[in-house]
Design a protein around this ligand. Structure first.
Ligand code: NAD
Ligand code: ZN
Length: 270
């Protein structure tokens, strides 16, 4: 592990070693967390300036409330939607930053094969990332809790007189909720299976802007390391993954990733 960095971000030689690894990879997999969207104006939960660092952790049994009374949950949800919510407003206003665009570029160059994101903000899609698992869902989508069918929110109007909304698939009739995974809610099995498959195929792993304490997401880089796959961490602060990382790039992802793309391009151009 090399933590060569200063206030201007990672040293050139550390960045070069990361670019060497990336340009040799054909299926790098990245696990991304809330830190990646900080430069898009969305606060993280943990870490310096995080919402929970300031206010403490919220109750972790939200899903029980939904399961026990989905009608009441939906009524509250529609009430809350009308109320002012600054975190929601920051999500609404957010646009992909230089880090999201650089990660999508690494996919186009052919080195990043898949991104597993914990973010629900849709910014990877907006940046053009194609191969993507949104392990905690996407705030612009709806999902049936029974069959896992998903619909863009704008294509699924919710009738306040007929709550909770029900799945439209033949022979299902499951309850429909926002796609975002609540605290205590199981992660949809297809997202778990895909994340595991991609982790097993990875020839390089990247951990970007995640505090790496939320499971099961945090286990994927660990599995990759146990398989002997090198791990590159990009984060301004240390995490539990730091000590197992082959290379640590200390700095904001919106600055580090574009530098990395330039260095990879130098190596990959004919
Ligand atoms: P986290 O809030 O627990 O940790 C954020 C991490 O980002 C910290 O390690 C911090 O050091 C790092 N960080 C801060 N600024 C950064 C920057 N500019 N560049 C790179 N890294 C930076 O986030 P988490 O690990 O993703 O876990 C929290 C959960 O909350 C996630 O599962 C996610 O679903 C949810 N969440 C999502 C959003 C979003 O969609 N944008 C925002 C907040 C929380
Ligand atoms: Zn269904």
């Amino acid at each position: 592990m090399n933590d060569g960095s200063d206030s201007d971000g990672p040293d050139r030689d550390v960045l070069d070693r990361a670019a060497d690894l990336l340009s040799q990879a054909s299926h790098a997999v990245a696990l991304v967390g809330a830190g990646m969207s900080k430069e898009s104006g969305i606060r993280t939960f943990r870490g310096e300036g995080g919402l929970w660092t300031e206010r403490g952790e919220p109750p972790l049994n939200q899903y029980d409330g939904f399961r026990d009374d989905p009608k009441r949950w939906w009524e509250r949800r529609l009430e809350q939607a009308a109320a002012e919510d600054r975190f929601g407003e920051s999500l609404d206003a957010a646009e992909p930053n230089a880090g999201h665009l650089a990660l999508a570029e690494l996919e186009r160059i052919g080195v990043v094969g898949h991104v597993i994101t914990q973010n629900i903000d849709d910014l990877h899609r907006q940046a053009g990332q194609q191969s993507l698992t949104e392990i905690h869902g996407n705030r612009h989508w709806m999902r049936c809790v029974s069959c896992e069918s998903r619909w863009p929110r704008v294509e699924f109007p919710v009738d306040p007189e007929a709550l909770p909304p029900r799945c439209a698939q033949p022979n299902c009739d499951g309850v429909v909720k926002g796609d975002t995974v609540m605290f205590g809610e199981p992660i949809p099995p297809t997202a778990l299976v895909r994340s595991e498959q991609e982790t097993m195929q990875a020839d390089l792993f990247m951990s970007i802007g995640t505090s790496a304490v939320v499971y099961p997401a945090a286990q994927y880089p660990m599995i990759a390391v146990q398989r002997g796959v090198p791990l590159i961490e990009i984060n301004p602060e240390p995490t539990p993954l730091t000590e197992v990382a082959s290379i640590v790039l200390r700095g904001p992802s919106g600055e580090v990733l574009p530098r990395l793309v330039d260095a990879v391009r130098e190596r990959c151009s004919p």
